[in-house]
Design a protein around this ligand. Structure first.
Ligand code: BES
Ligand code: ZN
Ligand code: ZN
Length: 492
């Protein structure tokens, strides 16, 4: 999609669909009624008939029938003007794209009113348009690609090009392919996205310009004593992999970061088998790993001066004849031991390896992403990820970035008193806590492996996957985390 910025009047622009974002109850302030004169009052009539007030999510598509250089007008409700944030623009643009495709638009023009600060809005609009274009149709026999807009013009009378606008547009253009890669990896059927496949995809998408990938097979995993990954893999006929992605910037690195992603390619629960219904979406359980691969694949394109290492332990979790059993004990490379009482709490078992290994490099920050607990979905719902951290400035910075990207994060506490619940009769800890606060007890187990380095854990069990279409994502993997990670890395 070709993006242009223009300084032009709203009644002079020639396009297929002219998008007019309208804050709630501010119709009179918008250029609507000036345009209405050109169509001899018919627009006002249409607005009154449809009772359009600018409420968020509402819209009116109006054909100008040659009365204006623009063939169609799309009025987009933006909700209350003081509640408009970057995500409002993102969603509005995504809706505009859908509406525009119903009239087969090749060119879309997006109007910014005089009070809109285009430095941020422009990037968000382009991002919404791009994100909304994602489809995963390779397993449908009758899919035909929808009509795609070729050009997007962002305009405002008196608009001045600025380095800030251009930079924000370039950044989103460079970020979306990483989101789409993560979505693809999640949406592929679990018998396609195996640990081996995930390793091969990391190699394919993360190479050149400072990026390199190592994929460790079972022998190397054994020699590195990644005991949690080996334990979880025992029930499977598929081999495990441990993926290490490294990015070394051309210039001197300002910071050293470790990103760790849970890569369970299918979670049946193991011997502590899940009910059939809960298994339906369990291909999503490598979403954390997919987000790390997706984000890292874009680092060379964003030319950030940070050194980043991605760690993705990956296997499926199956109940084969050699599967680990409740009561088994795992001894980790940092010396700690975990008694496995529930084989469905497997994410923490493989993340413990990766965190302990990453900590040896003494990174400035460690950030892990994992579809870790159903309890986090109970606490925060399907759209909000939980963030836990032993370092408040890191959590604050990640939450600031998440507010900008619209990927919702809410901080949950590391309640040290709950460590009591993890006491084991045979090992240093067990892998499950009590009946309540499951997202917290899971986080407390991870914390045992971070060697007190600044660390944040994102439990993305809810937002990694959407059960229905949203404005910016169809049902399936969302790529949650990719945009926030890249935004965060760009602030260092
Ligand atoms: N992969 C699941 C968590 C999950 C649940 C992700 C729902 C996405 C949606 C994880 O491995 C798991 O099964 N956790 C258990 C832990 C329990 C056994 C302590 C859970 O949440 O029930
Ligand atoms: Zn599980
Ligand atoms: Zn899992």
């Amino acid at each position: 999609m070709d993006v242009k910025l223009r300084d032009i009047r709203v009644d002079a622009i020639k396009t297929d669909v002219l998008v007019l974002p309208i804050p709630e109850k501010e119709l009179e302030k918008s250029p609507l009624y000036a345009l209405d004169r050109r169509v001899r009052g018919k627009l006002r009539e249409r607005i009154e008939r449809s009772r359009f007030t600018g409420a968020e999510g509402s819209s009116v598509l109006y054909s100008t029938a040659g009365a204006l250089p623009a063939s169609n007008l799309l009025l987009l409700g933006m909700g209350k003007s003081r509640e408009i944030e970057p995500d409002t623009w993102r969603k509005a643009a995504a809706r505009a794209r859908k509406e525009a495709s119903t009239v087969g638009a090749a060119e879309i023009a997006f109007y910014f009113n005089p009070s809109t600060e285009p430095d941020n809005a422009a990037g968000a609009v382009v991002e919404g348009m791009l994100l909304a274009s994602y489809q995963f149709n390779k397993y449908r026999s009758n899919s035909k690609p929808p009509s795609e807009p070729r050009g997007l013009t962002l305009f405002k009378p008196g608009l001045k090009r600025s380095a800030a606008i251009e930079k924000s547009i370039r950044a989103v253009e460079q970020t979306t392919p990483g989101v789409f890669l993560a979505r693809d990896l999640v949406n592929e059927p679990p018998s396609v996205t195996t640990a081996t496949f995930l390793g091969a995809q990391a190699q394919r998408h993360c190479r050149g310009r400072g990026l390199s990938v190592e994929v460790w097979g079972k022998k190397k995993i054994e020699s590195m004593h990644l005991a949690g990954l080996l334990a979880v893999n025992r029930g499977s006929l598929e081999e495990p992999r441990f993926i290490v992605i490294h990015y070394k910037p051309a210039r001197k690195a300002k910071k050293k970061i470790a990103l760790i992603g849970k890569g369970i390619t299918f979670d049946s629960g193991g011997l502590s088998l899940k009910p059939a219904k809960s298994m339906e979406t369990m291909k999503l359980d490598m979403s954390g790993g997919a987000a790390v691969i997706g984000a890292m694949s874009r680092l060379p394109h964003l030319s950030l001066d940070v050194e980043v290492t991605g760690y993705i332990p990956t296997t499926d979790n199956l109940p084969g004849g050699n599967a680990q059993k409740p009561g088994d004990v795992i001894r980790y490379l940092n010396g700690k031991t975990i008694e496995v009482l529930n084989t469905d709490a497997e994410g923490r078992l493989i993340l413990a390896d990766a965190l302990a290994l990453a900590a040896r490099q003494r990174p400035d920050y460690m950030i892990n992403l994992a579809t870790l607990t159903g309890a986090c979905v109970v606490a925060l719902g399907a759209q909000v990820g939980g963030i836990f951290s032993n370092h408040q400035p890191l959590a604050d910075q990640l939450m600031r970035c998440a507010r900008e990207t619209g990927e919702k994060l809410w901080q949950l506490p590391l309640v040290k008193e709950y460590r009591e619940q993890l006491k084991s009769s045979v090992a240093d800890m067990k892998n499950i806590g009590g009946a309540h606060g499951g997202a917290i007890t899971a986080a407390l187990i991870l914390q045992e492996f971070v060697a007190e380095l600044p660390w944040a854990h994102l439990d993305i069990a809810g937002p990694a996957f959407t059960e229905g279409d949203t404005a910016i994502c169809p049902k399936g993997g969302t790529g949650f985390g990719v945009r926030t990670l890249l935004k965060f890395l760009s602030t260092l």
